[in-house]
Ligand binder design. Structure first.
Ligand SMILES: [Zn+2]
Length: 339
């Protein structure tokens, strides 16, 4: 990749160097685009015990929304410095694992496009079909020249496949795991979405999800997130997380573990409201253009990341519910989100 101006990849390589022996670095795949190969890196920190809880970060699935990649890189940078002196973080990592895939769609991030190099929208690329009213952005099979193209869902794109495989290998086998996928562009608020994206049904871990939300609400009363199932906002086909959660619950060992995929949708309309002229720039819709606004976005989410990490190490109040708690939370969740 010499001779390339690929800022995010350069930053990632620098962080990998800083992390040194603290990290295990893997190239999950190399994506060919024109005459170049683009690597998809994963960086793993902490316990190698397959039974350790896992928090995994994914960014840049939609290349245009590269703020997701940048927020993860910024968090990795912070962690690389904390590891120099923070014994508490080392202790936490001895009991858990953090996995970072900050640039899932390297060609898209490099080109500044939503889709990958084949014109496929990776978050429409799984075989899951939406049930209910859909719109044009729910995914289409007409042409890769049009947005939201789903590609061949029976033979998913390389980027989609490596993410699914990593989740199966690392998260499905862990008793408690959370995948956090960072996007931007929808609405004024920062949203934390959980499944389903394809249908207006409650999903199997709705009780634990509500318990986790209430724990977060209690501990951080002024947090900024709107937490809801994605289907409340819109329905899509081909969502990778719906596909993975459906697969997870089909496993014979599913009730021994909990897999919670979350999407952080950073509300970029907030940045636009303050600088409406950025609407006319290519990145403006999905990316804060002013440096001070970018920095604010970087800082904004670290508290959530730390909370999720600590909640996985301490699952008692939310992921180890007694039967009566589970049924109470389920009833309440139905009222809050689905009725
Ligand atoms: Zn997105």
């Amino acid at each position: 990749m010499t001779g390339f101006k690929f800022q995010e990849l350069k930053q990632l390589n620098h962080i990998i160097e800083r992390l040194g022996d603290n990290a295990q670095v893997d190239v999950l795949a190399k994506v060919q685009y024109k005459h170049h190969e683009f690597p998809i890196h994963s960086v793993t920190l902490g316990s190698k015990d397959p039974k350790a809880p896992v928090l995994a970060f994914f960014g840049g699935v939609h290349g245009l929304e590269k703020i997701g990649s940048e927020v993860i890189l910024s968090y990795m940078e912070t962690i690389s410095h904390l590891l120099d002196w923070d014994e508490e973080l080392h202790t936490r990592l001895s009991k858990s694992r953090l996995i970072f895939v900050p640039i899932v769609n390297p060609v898209g991030v490099y080109l500044g496009t939503r889709c990958n190099g084949n014109g496929v929208d990776l978050m429409r690329n799984s075989p899951v079909e939406a049930i209910g009213p859909t719109k044009f952005y729910s995914g289409q099979n007409y042409s890769h020249h049009l947005p939201w193209y789903r590609g061949d869902v029976s033979n998913m794109e390389k980027e989609s496949s490596v993410i699914c495989n990593l989740v199966r290998e690392q998260l499905f086998k862990s008793p408690y795991s959370i995948a956090l996928d960072l996007h931007s562009g929808f609405g004024l608020k920062d949203r934390l979405w959980f499944p389903y994206a394809s249908r207006r049904d409650s999903y199997p871990y709705i009780a634990e999800t509500l318990a986790l939300k209430e724990l977060f609400d209690r501990c951080y009363q002024h947090h900024i997130y709107k937490i809801e199932p994605m289907c409340l906002e819109y329905l899509i086909s081909g969502d990778l997380w719906d596909y993975l959660i459906d697969e997870f619950v089909e496993q014979p060992t599913a009730n021994e573990g909990l897999f919670l995929p979350l999407t952080l949708e950073m509300g970029s309309w907030l940045w636009l409201r303050k600088n409406p002229s950025h609407l006319f720039s290519r990145h403006g819709l999905f990316h804060p253009l002013l440096p001070h606004r970018q920095q604010r976005v970087f800082r904004r989410h670290f508290l959530l990341f730390d909370f999720l990490h600590r909640s996985l190490i301490n699952p008692q109040p939310w992921a180890q519910l007694a039967a009566h708690q589970k049924s109470d939370y389920t009833k309440k969740a139905e009222d809050v989100w689905y009725n």
